[in-house]
Design a protein around this ligand. Structure first.
Ligand code: LLP
Length: 416
């Protein structure tokens, strides 16, 4: 959609990525505003059949400009820290459309969230119920809560991004869901309004979503019998995208797979998508610095590294790597695209068939989610700049970090 080739050169909307790389230098994250908007609108439309609220998962891409674009379309936000809450507010997001997930909310985070009036806390433990009760009592408020339940469904995704199994740390285990709701009902400063579940990320089938929904609906029915009436169901995030040859459901297939059950239930639907909105709206541009062919492997050392994009190193994630310009000077061969960090795990892609010369630009596709947000300063590398393209315009939405800024908060010991 937003990333196409024009005369062989990869473009973001109407901007040549070759021009952007030269102008702003690399490594460089480039987002397409139109793609971001289209993804949001397509998902929103797919759920037209029911009262719903999309809460974009801020963890997938938290740049203020990205959040602002989505806020303007009516998006709410799924946050997991006080830091993400502050970002959403700074970007002009509507606090009444925020759901607060995560299993370790601090008292300070809860206080701030109650002060600004968020939609709901997704609670994951007894201890957290007590903590929210305490803060709400202090503020003289009733905190809107839902319980994040663990439906024990296999999301069939990478174990590090699977969250709905018994052995995962997330959610209230299904065997204690009812007693936890009943306990919550005894706390005077909590207002029980919903139920929530998120079973994992990068799901490429609808079945696990349907299975989880079935289990959650059974819980909702049982809760009614206990006198606990809910107003909403939060179906989490997790819809996958195509990085390689996956065939994830489209937004409408995803929505339609749950439609009969949701319509019958009749509650308002919240959802927390991250990747499905932001991943394909971004690329990471990098320049080939040095070529190092050996008898065993050919290495292309590029100026982006695992500190800029950790997904391949951390999850062995396969991300598509394309030449920005077709290189017609040399034959293609199999290259390992690696960073210059002193770790064997520092690679962006292995055994990729590419025609490469030092100086060429490469684009790591699908880098709009869990890309920049997971970057670090490992090896004292400043983090990349971020650009958002809007038609023919390219806007800097985050400056490249200067080296000096890396030790801004450091102090030497007193001398002597
Ligand atoms: N809601 C909750 C409670 C979550 O934990 C997550 C993601 C989401 C929503 C958004 O899920 P999405 O729609 O983006 O799949 N860094 C990993 C992904 C970690 C996902 C963590 N939780 C990666 O790069 O694949």
């Amino acid at each position: 959609m937003g990333f196409t080739r024009v005369d062989g050169v990869l473009h973001a909307e109407q901007c040549s990525l070759d021009d952007l790389a030269q102008k702003f230098s690399t490594p460089l994250y480039v987002y397409s505003k139109a793609t971001l908007q289209q993804n949001y609108l397509d998902l929103d439309q797919a759920f037209d059949f029911i009262d719903h609220q999309i809460c974009f998962a801020v963890k997938s891409n938290s740049n203020l400009a990205v959040l602002r674009v989505l806020a303007k379309l009516g998006s709410g936000f799924d946050i997991v820290t006080g830091g993400e809450l502050a970002r959403v507010l700074a970007a002009g997001g509507d606090p009444s459309k925020i759901v607060f997930s995560g299993l370790g909310k601090t008292e300070a985070d809860i206080t701030k969230a109650l002060e600004v009036g968020i939609a709901c806390f997704n609670v994951e433990s007894y201890a957290e119920l007590d903590r929210i009760e305490k803060v709400a009592a202090r503020l003289g408020q009733q905190a809107p809560i839902s319980l994040r339940v663990n439906p024990d469904v296999d999301a069939k995704t990478h174990p590090y991004i699977s969250t709905g199994l018994k052995e995962n740390k997330f959610g209230i285990p299904s065997d204690v869901v009812f007693e936890t709701y009943q306990y919550a009902a005894t706390l005077p400063h909590l207002d029980i309004i919903g139920i929530d579940c998120h079973i994992g990320s990068q799901l490429t089938e609808t079945q696990p979503f349907e299975d989880a929904l079935d289990r959650v609906i059974q819980m909702i029915e049982h809760l009614k019998g206990l006198g606990i009436q809910l107003k909403h169901i939060d179906i989490g995030g997790g819809l996958g995208v195509r990085y390689q040859d996956e065939t994830p459901p489209s937004f409408s297939e995803y929505a339609n797979s749950m439609r009969p059950a949701l319509e019958k239930l009749g509650l308002k639907v919240y959802m927390e998508p991250g990747r499905s909105i932001s991943a394909l709206a971004g690329v990471l541009l990098t320049q080939v610095d040095l070529l190092k062919p050996t008898n065993h492997r050919n290495f292309a050392i590029v100026d982006a590294a695992m500190n800029d994009m950790i997904r391949p190193s951390l999850y062995e994630a396969w991300m598509d790597i394309q030449s920005v310009n077709h290189n017609t000077q040399v034959e293609s061969k199999s290259w390992d695209i690696v960073g210059a960090i002193c770790e064997t795990g520092d690679f962006l892609g292995k055994q990729r068939e590419l025609a490469l010369t030092a100086g060429d630009y490469l684009a790591v596709m699908g880098a709009g989610a869990y890309g920049f947000v997971m970057s670090s300063n490992y090896n004292s590398r400043g983090r990349a700049a971020e650009i958002m393209v809007d038609g023919e315009q390219a806007h800097v939405i985050r400056e490249r970090e200067t080296i000096e800024s890396l030790w801004e908060n450091e102090h030497l010991l007193p001398e002597g």
